[in-house]
Design a protein around this ligand. Structure first.
Ligand code: AMP
Ligand code: ZN
Length: 460
């Protein structure tokens, strides 16, 4: 079945055709490791996971590289401010590489907890300084870069169409150019490829232009070229990377190879918190550990991500996470129900579901639609091992560990005793006492729900 992806480059949904039959080469912009990855960052990697799994489900072999930015990402996405790693190092008194190692491990652990299928190649910027330097040399040689007293800049006026991805029109922009920090820059949109390190700068490398450190964008051009070649199939990242980072990656690659490095550019939309921006100052830059500490399984957050298409914003609320957590339990219960059943289903019906699911994921990773089909199978009245098999097959794309036993929450003895007491009160129709005990349980941090199946008590 054909696959369609929305391509930011052409602004259209296009049929996916890999350069080499049966194989897909992908590059994903990885995290900047001077801080914890927020659940916003992780949304982008859940999107990457769905992409990888969908391609594999369609039988493709993958060669996928993702960078770890451990140098060069300045405080602003332009060329202003301090290197984020150095700033963190100054604030914490720790060595930049120590910080990078620490946060890289946390990021990889989070990805594991979310059952994210990871790229075959994970490459660190600091381990590819020489490759970047060669890229800069080539850009100078080809006439696309120039040296000032502070840096080597890319000259955007040398390209016919700088801004191809985001549609920036350089002529219109020039009039209202921002205040420049480097007066020697030729054009406002020229960006730093290689930065001359000030004295006492912690991360710097010997180069033909003295002690320097790389700009942020060069690492992705140099590493994608090294591992995937001049032109590969798909490039991914979050939408914020379109106007600066990815535009500059295209510029750099065109300056060296004359080509746009990827054929399909895919971007994930942002995660919002309670309908607004996520930020440290609002105290809502939640981490996966916050979710875990509230007693939720990380995969509940992954399931929440499937409630919105990757190109739409997703709003995170704790209520929505709670619903996803319950939905995940129901999904696993549904799988088990089918696994224990013996009904026989016509092969045509099974194939129909499989086809619908494939159509959904192949239509630009439409996970909300794919989930609707999953729920249809779960809710079938017949109980059939064939359905369990189908669900397990779908889980190759979802990665929700659908065959995992639900984790039973162990309640403390004190709560268990109160539950028994309340049951007795209700049997005796002593509703006043029942309410009193309910309040007691809730004060201890548990939720009490009465239904036709009895009383359910869970951590609030
Ligand atoms: P960074 O670690 O800041 O370099 O970002 C890593 C990835 O997370 C990039 O692809 C960003 O586009 C993405 N990202 C940052 N904030 C969010 C957010 N709120 N929602 C989704 N993706 C995000
Ligand atoms: Zn990048």
């Amino acid at each position: 079945m054909d696959i369609y992806f929305y391509n930011t480059l052409t602004k259209k949904k296009e049929k996916f055709e890999p350069i080499k039959e049966g194989e897909v080469k992908i590059y994903s912009c990885g995290p900047t490791v001077y801080k914890d990855a927020t659940i916003g960052n992780l949304r982008t990697y859940i999107f990457m996971d769905s992409l990888r799994r969908t391609l594999k489900y369609n039988g493709y072999k993958l060669k996928h590289a993702m960078n770890i930015t451990d140098v060069g990402h300045l405080v602003s996405d332009g060329d202003e401010g301090e290197d984020k790693m150095i700033k963190s190092s100054r604030e914490t008194g720790k060595d930049p590489l120590e910080i990078a190692t620490y946060y890289t491990k946390l990021f990889l652990d989070d990805c594991k907890k979310l059952n994210i299928d990871m790229p075959e190649i994970i490459c660190k910027a600091t381990e590819h300084i020489e490759d970047m330097e060669k890229f800069v040399e080539k850009l100078i040689e080809n006439g696309y870069a120039y040296e000032t007293s502070t840096a080597i800049y890319f000259d955007v006026s040398k390209l016919d169409n700088y801004g191809i991805l985001s549609g920036i029109n350089l002529k219109e922009q020039k009039a209202g150019a921002r205040i420049e920090i480097d007066e020697e820059k030729k054009n406002p949109y020229d960006f730093a490829l290689w930065i001359k390190a000030p004295k006492n700068h912690l991360m710097k490398w010997e180069s033909p232009w003295g002690l320097c450190y790389p700009g942020w964008h060069i690492e992705c051009s140099a590493m994608s070229n090294k591992y995937l070649g001049d032109v590969f199939d798909i490039h991914t990242g979050g939408v914020d990377l379109i106007p600066t980072h990815h535009e500059n990656e295209i510029a750099q690659s065109k300056g060296v190879t004359g080509k746009i490095p990827a054929r399909y550019w895919m971007h994930g939309e942002f995660l919002l918190i309670d309908g607004g921006k996520m930020s440290k100052s609002l105290n809502n830059a939640y981490l996966l550990s916050d979710i875990i500490n509230k007693g939720y399984e990380p995969l509940s957050y992954k399931l929440l991500n499937f409630s919105s298409h990757y190109r739409n914003k997703l709003n995170f609320t704790w209520e929505a996470l709670d619903s996803s957590s319950k939905a995940l339990q129901k999904l696993r219960e549904g799988y088990r129900k089918h696994l224990e059943g013996n009904d026989v289903i016509e092969e045509d019906k099974i194939n129909e579901y499989k086809e619908q699911f494939l159509e959904a994921i192949n239509d630009d990773l439409n996970m909300p639609l794919a989930m609707a089909i999953v729920w249809e199978v779960i809710k079938r009245n017949e109980k059939s091992k064939q359905y369990a098999q189908v669900l397990l097959d779908f889980d190759r794309v979802l990665g929700l560990e659908i065959d995992k036993e639900n984790e039973v929450q162990e309640l403390p003895d004190e709560v268990k005793n109160l539950i028994e007491e309340r049951k007795k009160a209700r049997e005796n129709k002593d509703y006043e006492k029942s309410d009193e005990i309910r309040n007691k349980i809730e004060k201890m941090g548990y939720k009490v729900k009465d239904s036709k199946d009895g009383m359910q008590v869970q951590k609030a």
